[in-house]
Write a protein that binds this ligand. Structure first.
Ligand code: 0O2
Length: 211
């Protein structure tokens, strides 16, 4: 319809795209700096991978329909916070909280909302920390604030989420019900694995301290 056509034109305009690109790049840089600092402090690798994406118009359209969201006059979708999304994947589960703390400590970005799906996984079994942030984009005389989502998760949680995404996440209810149930159980297996790996790392740290 007319509104969606308008949104498509607006989303894909050079102005919007460069704004989203800027926000994504600055968040990626931030995460790289945070990783470098943590690595230096902890004297071991912390972040395994950092990625980012800008949501496609097709994906925005689907989310608008699914959630019944409204477009406002400036083609901003009210309630859609993740057009820009970045992700930090950590080797160990306890490090995701260190990365989240470091993000909270950044002076130039504002945290609007936090979701801890690690402490309380989603019904699907999905685990991750999500921080909804607002990033300033400065122009000559004005500053615009753009929302973005930072997902922080462990290597094991990421492995689970990527496969769940491929096999279940956006499928219709009923279509993959049995698979969904089974994969949900493996989310616990990932959590156990994460705990075990922390135990092993701590044993090595103790040995190193003794020696
Ligand atoms: P895509 O394709 O990754 O962009 P809310 O804030 O509660 O109003 P929202 O934004 O759906 O609603 O928040 P939520 O539930 O925290 O999920 C945001 C993103 O987390 C999703 O984005 C997925 O990337 C990921 N996610 C959430 N639940 C699951 C899950 O069960 N399995 C997997 N694999 N990923 C999940 P999008 O826009 O849905 O998709």
């Amino acid at each position: 319809n007319k509104k969606l056509k308008q949104m498509r034109e607006c989303h894909e305009s050079a102005h919007m795209m460069s704004r989203y690109q800027y926000v994504m790049d600055s968040l990626l840089c931030k995460l790289r700096l945070i990783d470098a600092d943590l690595k230096k402090d902890l004297k071991r690798p912390v972040v395994q991978k950092i990625t980012g994406r800008i949501k496609t118009v097709e994906s925005i359209r689907k989310k608008i329909e699914k959630k019944g969201l409204e477009l406002n006059g400036n083609c901003v979708v009210n309630g859609l916070n993740d057009i820009v999304g970045v992700r930090a994947i950590c080797f160990f589960r306890d490090d995701i909280y260190r990365v989240a703390d470091a993000v909270r400590g950044q002076k130039d970005i504002k945290i609007l909302k936090e979701k801890d799906y690690v402490a309380k996984p989603k019904r699907s079994g999905y685990q991750s920390i999500h921080l909804i942030v607002e990033v300033p984009v400065a122009y000559y005389e004005t500053v615009e604030y753009v929302r973005a989502e930072i997902q922080i998760r462990s290597f094991a949680m990421d492995y689970w989420a990527e496969l769940d995404y491929q096999m279940c996440y956006k499928k219709n209810a009923g279509e993959v019900e049995a698979i969904r149930k089974e994969i949900c159980g493996y989310s616990d297996v990932m959590a156990q694995m994460d705990s075990k790996m922390i135990e092993l790392r701590k044993r090595i740290e103790q040995e190193t301290m003794k020696g």
